[in-house]
Design a protein around this ligand. Sequence first.
Ligand code: NAD
Length: 420
Amino acid sequence: MFDIYGGPVFNMARQQFLQAADILEIPNDQRDRLLYPKRAIAVTCPIHRDDGSTVVYEGYRVQHHLSLGPSKGGVRFSPHVDLGEVAALSLWMSWKCALMNLPYGGAKGGVRVDPYSLSHKELEALSRRFMQELIPFVGPHVDVMAPDIGTNEQVMAWFMDTYSNDAGRTVTEIVTGKPVSCGGTAGRREATGRGVTHLIFRASEEIKLNLSQSSAVIQGFGNVGSVVASELYDLGVKILAISDHTAAYHDPKGLNIPEILKYIATHGVLKGYSTEALIDPATILTIKCDILVPAAVERVITEEIANKIECKILAEAANGPTTVEADAVFAKRPDIFIIPDILCNSGGVTVSYFEWVQDLQQFFWEEEEEVINRMKKIMDKGFYETISSAKQLKTTNRMAATCAGLRRVHLAKQARGLFP
Ligand code: NAD
């Protein structure tokens, strides 16, 4: 059924769904409507390249459900995007929002493009065209977009401006993750990485790990990975290795993260930073460390890698980094405390929710006192609910978190009926 969502990423989400549905004893006839997205929209986005030629990019937006409120989720610009991947990411967003008790269904979008190959002007044209094509299907109370891989605050500003020009008024609440100068919230850019670091701190309390004497390895050095690296570095954690899609570096004495952040600010990518510390990127996840943070793409931790990983905390900053087969290995490895993706990276959508609330009210909050503290409070609730329910259900942290999210969506659908 629904072959259009085929592919390894959606298959992985489907298997996770079936495991959780079995634990929750959801009847078979109720399952398909909880698994398959409400809507999937495919668009073509033609733009003029700087050389005068015309090129067309394929784009998708998948709205998983609208049972708890508007759908919510990021848009990624990546050469590997396909409909199955976007659908899987929308499913994970649904469970994440419900786990954190946010009034949203899940959504995700993507354009199949290498954003690093576009000029600033071409990126603007593509961003505006993608939003233009989706205007009939989105809205502040229908579907709200945010940044993800390959998109950023500037792309969100172009999305918001395109939607606003069509509406004839400024509609800041149509997207989150915007610059503060045009309706963004203080603390959104750093929110996902800060939230990941906060839960690493909570996990370290659980397993009695002294963070200031610990070490970390981080895969992915974009919006999320670079903030985690910087926050952990400030807490005294030795950052042994980092990587992005261009290079990977390892220094057993610890990398100088502030210096690397300065390098990234001018060069955009890690390539060229060092020749001495250069390593094979394929080896990064199996370097011995206390805290391992995959913060790049999905399905990087396979069964083979799971057997070789030597860490105490696995903090899944990326969405879907661990395959179902790798999870089966981790189920037999109580030496690793896993903070599952839908919990670990939920600081991003939580602060996106704050941004949406502030935009709707046109009333803005202080970063430290209101944004960060409220985010930590909501994340703490999700964290302790997950670990206590994992003990109660005798299952993994991932299944406990998935069950909590899925249960809330299921209850809302049962109460409302078949439409949303
Ligand atoms: P980004 O585009 O800012 O950064 C992605 C990073 O991953 C870049 O450094 C890129 O070079 C690197 N990368 C890509 N492919 C790689 C590979 N094969 N090996 C090593 N590095 C690779 O994206 P981001 O916003 O930091 O997102 C990272 C992850 O976090 C994604 O899984 C995303 O879905 C998830 N996430 C992001 C947010 C957010 O607020 N941005 C929120 C929740 C979850």
